[in-house]
Ligand binder design. Structure first.
Ligand SMILES: *Cc1c(COP(=O)(O)O)cnc(C)c1O
Length: 371
C-alpha cells in the first residue's frame, strides 16, 4: 500500500509538534552556527560563556517576572535531575506532592525512595483531571506540575491557603515556562528544562528560587548530598554565572536566543496569548468533529501548550499518526504510558497558530481518506 499523500497546500509550514524535545526555530540554529568557531568549544570558566550564562539568568528572570530577591540557578541533568536535587536540598522531612500524570508521579516516586525523608503525601487524580494540593499542618514542602505534559492538564500556580508559614511551594514548570503566564510570588521554586516551551535542546535544569527557598537550602546544607546534585554548590556557581561542571553549551545558546526572541515580542504575555490562540484552534476543532473530543473535560484545566484530543474508537490513531509522519508531521503521539486513542499536540510559542490550524486540516484529510 502506498503512503497517503496529504496535498501540499494543507500542510503546516513546519511539521514538528512534539511536546519535548519540541520545535526549534531555524533562526536559533543559525545563531548557533554563527557562534560555531567563537563561543562553541570554548571554556565555560571564561568571560564569553559566563556572559551567556548571565544573559540566560537575567533573561529568564525578566521573562518569568521573578520578584525582587528571587535567584535563577542552573545545573546539568534536566528536570529529572532536579527532582533529585529537590529531594536532597529542599525537602526538610515531609512533602505533599500532587500527581495527576506521569511527571507528577515521577517526582513523588523520587521523594518516596529517599530514606532520610518521611513517606510523602501523594494527592492523585484520574488522568485528564487536576490533582489539587491540600494545606496540611506539618507538611514542609508542596509540589505539583504547572502543566502535566503526559495528559495536557494545567494546574495554576497558587500557594494553597493555610499552609505552614515556612512551607515551600515547588512547581515543575518544565512544559509551561515560557508559554503560560505565571506569578512567581505564588511559588518558592519554579523549575524547568529548556526543551519544551523554551524551544531549546535538553540537558540542563533551571530553577527560580525565592529567598525562603534559598534559606531552606542553607538550613539543609549539612545533609550529605552527591556532589553533582548539590543545590548549595549550584547556587554558589550560578551566582558567578558558572555551573558546577561543564554545561550543555549549545542548549544554552539556543535557549538564550529563544528567551530574547520572546522578550522582544512582548514577553510572557505575548507568548501566552499566542499559545491560547493555538489552543482554541485545536480544542474548537476537536469539539466540532463528531469523531474527536478534548481529553480534558474541564475547560479551565485544558493546557494551552499541550493539547490532548481523543479520537473515536472507529478511528485508529496509530494509522493516523503513521500517515501524518509519512507527510512530515511528527510527534503528535499520545504519551506512551497513557495508552489512549489520542493525539497530543505541542503548541509552544515557536509554533504559530496557523500551523496548528493546518494540522487540524491534515487530520481531517487523513481521517477522511482512511475512511
Ligand atoms: C519533560 C518533563 C520533565 C522531564 O524533563 P527532562 O529534562 O527530560 O528530565 C519533567 N516534568 C515535566 C512537567 C515535563 O514535561
Amino acid at each position: 500500500m502506498s503512503a497517503l499523500a496529504i496535498p501540499r497546500d494543507l500542510l503546516p509550514a513546519d511539521g514538528r509538534f512534539g511536546c519535548g524535545p519540541s520545535r526549534i526555530r531555524p533562526a536559533q540554529v543559525d545563531m548557533l552556527a554563527a557562534l560555531g568557531t567563537t563561543l562553541l568549544g570554548t571554556s565555560h570558566r571564561q568571560q564569553p560563556v559566563r556572559h551567556l550564562v548571565g544573559r540566560a539568568r537575567e533573561g529568564l528572570a525578566a521573562l518569568l517576572g521573578a520578584p525582587e530577591g528571587y535567584e535563577v540557578v542552573l545545573g546539568n541533568g534536566g528536570s529529572t535531575a532536579f527532582w533529585d536535587v529537590a529531594t536532597f536540598s529542599l525537602i526538610r522531612r515531609t512533602a505533599q506532592l500532587a500527581a495527576c500524570g506521569e511527571f507528577g508521579a515521577k517526582f513523588a516516586t523520587a521523594v518516596a525512595q529517599a530514606p532520610f525523608l518521611d513517606e510523602p503525601q501523594v494527592v492523585t487524580a484520574e488522568p485528564g483531571t487536576r490533582a489539587v494540593p491540600v494545606a496540611t499542618p506539618g507538611v514542609d514542602t508542596y509540589g505539583w506540575a504547572h502543566n502535566e505534559t503526559s495528559t495536557g492538564v494545567l494546574t495554576p500556580v497558587v500557594r494553597p491557603e493555610g499552609v505552614d508559614e515556612d512551607a515551600l511551594v515547588l512547581v515543575d514548570g518544565t512544559s509551561a515556562a515560557g508559554g503560560v503566564e505565571v506569578d512567581l510570588a505564588e511559588a518558592d521554586v519554579y523549575y524547568f528544562a529548556p526543551q519544551k516551551a523554551l524551544g531549546s535542546d535538553g540537558g540542563l535544569w533551571f530553577a527560580v528560587l525565592s529567598p525562603a527557598a534559598v534559606a531552606r537550602v542553607e538550613e539543609l546544607s549539612s545533609r550529605w548530598v552527591p556532589a553533582s546534585l548539590s543545590l548549595p554548590a549550584a547556587l554558589a556557581s550560578s551566582r558567578k554565572n558558572e555551573t558546577v561542571n561543564t554545561p550543555a553549551l549549545a542548549t544554552l545558546v539556543l535557549m538564550v536566543d529563544q528567551v530574547e526572541w520572546l522578550l522582544d515580542r512582548g514577553g510572557l504575555a505575548w507568548a501566552a496569548r499566542r499559545t491560547a490562540q493555538s489552543a482554541s484552534v485545536l480544542y474548537d476543532w476537536a469539539e466540532q468533529r463528531e469523531w474527536a473530543a478534548p481529553f480534558v473535560a474541564e475547560r479551565a484545566a485544558r493546557s494551552p501548550v499541550v493539547g490532548t484530543v481523543d479520537l473515536d474508537d472507529r478511528i485508529d490513531a496509530t494509522a493516523v499518526l503513521a500517515a501524518l509522519r509519512a507527510n512530515g508531521i511528527v510527534d503528535v503521539d499520545p504519551y506512551r504510558k497513557l495508552g489512549r486513542n489520542q493525539l497530543r499536540v505541542g503548541m509552544f510559542p515557536s509554533t504559530p497558530p496557523e500551523d496548528v490550524e493546518a494540522l487540524t486540516r491534515c487530520v481531517d484529510f487523513v481521517v477522511e481518506a482512511l475512511g
